[in-house]
Design a protein around this ligand. Sequence first.
Ligand code: ATP
Ligand code: MG
Length: 187
Amino acid sequence: MTETSRRGLVLVNTGPGKGKTTAALGTALRAAGNGMRVLILQFLKGSWHYGELDAIQALGTALGSAEDPAIVIRQMGRGFVKVGGAETDPEDIRLVEEAWGEAASAILSGEWDLVVLDEINYAIGYKMLDPEKVAEILRQRPEMVNVILTGRNAHPTLVELADTVTEMREVKHAYQKGILAQRGIEF
Ligand code: ATP
Ligand code: MG
């Protein structure tokens, strides 16, 4: 059976291959080009400067205005974290919880047509965030709100709940030849 009426979707971009974040950014572009309001929250990426920040800020202002940009991107947390049980710094957990608080209220507010939770799957995988809490908010979200979750090893609860799940498969990656991350392509 097909359903033709408009509704918000939950999408998951996961798997070991490259392209999870960039596919989410591509969808953000598509949404903004259709007049939708887009919020991108990047978990665990605080200390790096990614090229998409500048491009999205410029585009957000051009499509909306400086005061009310059509796309907003925000980095949360402080980048690479020490992970695993007792090794996890409580400060990183606090930052993830703060980021999640902001994400949850953005999703529930209905002010955004698309909310991208970039790398949230890692925060869940590192046991810094409870997948049940995330699932609960996704179930409660306003009907028209779309959410994209990215990162390897998506939690089964969220895979089950999602409407569209894509697993990026690695065929090969330049890194394996010793080619380090390239500005503009990787970050
Ligand atoms: P991208 O941001 O390029 O879409 P991604 O979101 O799929 O990648 P992440 O798991 O978020 O991948 O990894 C972040 C960084 O690691 C990026 O710089 C990405 O290019 C790089 N990367 C992604 N997949 C691989 C891989 N299979 N081997 C080595 N590096 C990778
Ligand atoms: Mg990514």
